[in-house]
Ligand binder design. Structure first.
Ligand code: SF4
Length: 359
């Protein structure tokens, strides 16, 4: 399935029910067609450490349960969940804390801790690499990342989530190699057939969470590199600020481009206006923002842009549906604030578009 640009479509949905959103995304992209007759599906969530999804680090259990229900309904029964958490934590602890362990039990789906898996040596653009056998041998590898910030690579999404498919010794080597090249090479070696991004609640700055921002959005697509290119714009980062994305394209992992025509919107952002708790960092970043009934996706775009640019504190900003009929004196964020003195259009605008204006 291709969009007019020849790229994979990116399906996008807003909401708060991860299970239901996942079902709609997989239905829209006809994910069952990606599995050959009698084939296996391996779901690869982000369980980087023992944490609850509300902290902004790990994949919501509803994403896993939605995938399981979808594939089962379509007659696909060889389903497993695979992951290896970061070196500082035990995968099984992370599995329990995330709620995905319970989802596996309830659906009778096996979970495999990849820290204990056999490895195979794979030839990549940067030399041989040890990769866990279950990730390589699945007929369909489904990448289920959380879109969030990262203190070294600026962001983590589809490509970096694959780092949970290698043994700990290889993870150490990745850091010694500076992360960008090995992440890109691993993306080309694994090439997941389907990516479902949990951007319901991702952290602003750290892969381990602690500064969660409610975005209430999910995405699905077939190209992990394209997905990361789009995700980068949602984080407010410019091309070039996450070098492993372009490197991954060069290594043959996918295409590092997207345009508006690739987006397939399954609903409107105002169908998800529920906010979670906003931490102190978010409150500080938005102390000068006048918010009235803003959708979560819109507000999160603004928070991410304020965070990455560290600018905009000197002007009044307006955001939300409550400003639709008014003409406030300041910078409006999103189409609802077109009446403001100036405006960053979009519904919602990407963080990258807001960041460009602030810069
Ligand atoms: S522009 Fe308005 S309707 Fe659109 S996402 Fe922003 S607040 Fe929601």
């Amino acid at each position: 399935m291709r969009s007019e640009s020849g790229m994979s479509p990116i399906w996008k949905i807003h909401g708060t029910d991860a299970h239901a959103m996942t079902l709609r995304l997989l239905d829209a992209c006809q994910a069952c067609r990606l599995v050959p007759d009698g084939g296996s599906v391996a779901l690869k969530p982000n369980l980087v450490l023992a944490s609850a999804p509300e902290d902004g680090a790990v994949t919501h259990p509803g994403v896993a349960s939605g995938c399981i229900e979808y594939f089962r309904t379509h007659g696909i029964h060889d389903i497993s969940v695979i992951e290896s958490s970061w070196i500082g934590d035990k995968t099984m602890r992370a599995l329990r804390a995330s709620g995905i362990g319970q989802a596996c039990e309830e659906h009778g789906v096996p979970f495999f801790d990849l820290k204990r898996d056999e490895t195979v040596t794979v030839s990549t653009a940067i030399g041989n690499m040890a990769v866990c056998r279950r990730a390589i041998e699945a007929d369909l590898l489904v990448d289920l990342p959380v879109l969030k910030g990262h203190c070294q690579t600026r962001m983590t999404c589809a490509l970096k989530n694959l780092k949970g498919c290698i043994p700990d010794r290889e993870k150490r080597r990745f850091h010694a190699l500076g992360l960008a090249e090995p992440i890109a090479a691993l993306g080309a070696a694994l090439r997941p057939g389907l990516v479902v991004v949990d951007s319901i609640c991702g952290d602003l700055c750290f892969e381990e969470g602690g500064t969660p921002v409610r975005t209430n959005t999910m995405l699905a697509g077939f190209d992990a590199v394209q997905m990361d290119a789009y995700a980068r714009s949602l984080m407010g980062l410019a091309p070039g600020e996450v070098p492993y994305i372009e490197l991954a394209e060069r290594y043959g992992a996918g295409r590092a481009r997207w345009d508006e025509g690739d987006l397939v919107m399954l609903n409107e952002p105002f169908e998800a206006t529920e906010y979670g708790r906003q931490g102190g960092t978010v409150a500080r970043l938005t102390s000068h923002v006048h918010e009235r009934e803003a959708c979560s996706a819109c507000f999160a775009s603004l928070v991410r842009a304020l965070y990455v640019t560290r600018r905009g504190r000197d002007q009044e900003m307006f955001i939300g549906q409550g400003w639709r009929k008014e003409a406030p004196d300041g910078l409006g964020i999103g189409n609802c604030c077109r009446g403001a003195t100036s405006c960053v259009p979009g519904c919602p605008p990407t963080a990258e578009a807001i960041a460009r204006r602030l810069r």
